[in-house]
Ligand binder design. Structure first.
Ligand SMILES: *[C@@H]1O[C@H](CO)[C@@H](O)[C@H](O)[C@H]1NC(C)=O
Ligand SMILES: *[C@@H]1O[C@H](CO)[C@@H](O)[C@H](O)[C@H]1NC(C)=O
Length: 491
């Protein structure tokens, strides 16, 4: 200890007094903006306001006493094809590759902290393979994590080196062909005789990531379990079978000291929330620590039936793909409204993290991406393009992840009186943030927070504002809410 106890106590007292003075006299706001015409992209705001005393009704109210879900992360999927495109850039231009990783994965850029990775081949692989292709090997003695291309793991390791807070979520597009009716990875279903042994394959995949020192935090049983397509790796697994597999995988993970790895269920469209997701979790309420949705069918509002019944099981948005050639601003608004700001979601993800030029699925004969699936970024061996998925997502990640990247915040209450605005707020430590999607022309708004007000003119586009505040009321509210329901208001 360098200082005496007296000095430490004095410093603490001084810090409290200074904090209190700052609180009552208002805080400076900083922020970033991206405009509908793309003239500003994640650009620092020059005319940021300060909070000062204010009275009367404000246009936007941030309510730190209403605390909602713990956020987890935003990102996309690292398919074999995405890793290959990135690996080719690394070989051709290592400096550009390093700059790309920093821009995408650090908090000065996109602050992406969550990647979903296929176990074995997906439609964005160049051939069909699993991590154990030896027929009948139900004890998985021939399981080999390195059946996947080495550039997949080296790319993940490079990203982890740039963002040490990275989270990896793994899941299969299909079990090994020999475990399925029809003996193919392309479509079909799991043989009923393989239900007992299949969870061991998924356990080995988690262990394989751990052995490679990659930060695996979650595993799912099956990507899109209601999709059987004969042109690419896919497999149907019904709700009750998924529940059985989940119970058994959960015990295997626990028995192998992997209690910290979450099991996330479902991984398919919004429209089967009531017919699949709810009965699946009813069958195995203790196995699932989250359920994941894709955007390709139904409306995001349909998922509220799930949060109403299981308010303590987090909901993830894990897949959605843009189409090459679509309108930038239309897409930004749609993603913000349906994915990033969904009132119940803890994660927001697009499909592939990096696509080649045309966004076509490289799996031979695959019909999975008719007009192409645009990645969050488009990468060739000489260029990187940050797409609308990247910019819109970054406005939210930079709001709920602390500036040093180590802490992920919680959603708090926010509402706007102007219906052209979609507002979301978060707290992380003592930093508060507000994300405003303004769809309706330049708009001057008063913002209220803890009894003070600030005024800011929001451009048409996305704006994220940050400031520090006192979170004592937030702490009180968390205790209170634990005994009641989780969510009452949202936009
Ligand atoms: C696992 O696969 C890799 C890559 O094909 C290979 O080099 C290695 O020998 C395999 N390991 C075993 C134990 O077969
Ligand atoms: C409040 O701030 C403290 C100190 O920064 C932090 O440890 C705590 O997690 C914060 N509470 C919430 C709800 O974020």
């Amino acid at each position: 200890m360098m200082f005496s106890n007296e000095f430490s106590l004095f410093s603490i007292a001084l810090a409290y007094i200074l904090g209190w003075i700052q609180l009552v006299h208002g805080q400076t706001i900083t922020g970033i903006v991206s405009t509908d015409d793309q003239s500003k992209l994640l650009q620092d705001i020059s005319d940021a306001p300060s909070f000062s005393s204010g009275s009367g009704d404000a246009d936007i109210t941030v309510d730190p006493t209403a605390v909602y879900q713990q956020m987890v992360g935003f990102g996309g999927s690292m398919t074999d094809s995405a890793a290959l495109a990135m690996h080719n850039l690394k070989k051709a231009n290592a400096d550009k590759y390093n700059e790309y990783l920093k821009t995408a994965f650090t908090s000065a850029g996109g602050a992406i902290n969550y990647l979903r990775v296929p176990i074995g081949a997906s439609d964005f692989s160049s051939s069909a393979y699993s991590l154990d292709d030896i027929s009948g090997d139900t004890s998985f003695n021939n399981f080999n994590i390195s059946n996947a291309p080495s550039y997949l793991y080296s790319t993940l390791a490079d990203i982890y080196a740039v963002n040490p807070n990275l989270k990896i979520h793994i899941l299969p597009w299909s079990p090994p062909a020999w475990m399925k009716e029809g003996n193919t990875m392309n479509g079909g279903s799991l043989k009923s005789g393989m239900v007992d042994s299949y969870p061991t394959y998924l356990l080995k995949a988690v262990q394989g990531y751990k052995a490679k020192n990659l930060p695996v935090v979650a595993v799912s049983i099956q990507n899109e379990p209601q999709n059987s397509n004969p042109t690419y790796p896919s497999c149907t697994i019904d709700a009750s079978t998924q529940a059985t597999l989940a119970k058994s995988l959960r015990s295997l993970l626990d028995q192998n000291s992997l209690t910290d790895v979450k099991l996330i269920g479902y991984e398919h469209n919004w429209d089967s929330t009531s017919s699949y997701t709810i009965p699946m979790v009813e069958d195995a309420p203790n196995a699932f620590e989250g359920v994941a949705f894709h955007c390709y069918g139904g409306q995001v509002s349909e998922t509220q039936a799930f949060s109403a019944q299981f308010p303590n099981i987090p909901m993830y948005q894990t897949e959605c793909a843009g189409t090459p050639g679509s309108d930038w601003w239309t897409d930004v608004q749609w993603y913000a409204d349906n994915l990033w700001s969904d009132q119940d979601t803890s994660t927001g993800m697009m499909w592939i993290f990096a696509s080649a030029d045309n966004g076509q699925a490289p799996f031979p004969g695959s019909n999975s991406c008719g007009d192409g699936c645009r990645g969050i970024t488009t990468v060739t061996s000489s260029s990187v393009t940050y797409n609308q998925e990247f910019y819109s997502m970054a406005h939210y990640t930079r709001a709920f992840i602390s500036e040093d990247g180590t802490t992920v915040g919680k959603r708090i209450g926010a509402k706007a009186s102007n219906s052209n605005l979609n507002v979301v707020a978060y707290v992380v430590g003592d930093r508060y943030s507000l994300v405003v999607l303004n769809s309706g022309g330049s708009s001057k708004q008063t913002i209220s927070f803890q009894g003070k007000q600030a005024t800011h003119t929001f451009a048409t586009g996305l704006t994220t504002l940050w400031w520090t505040g006192s979170n004592t009321s937030t702490k009180r509210m968390i205790k209170k809410r634990a005994a009641h329901h989780r969510r009452t208001t949202a936009h």
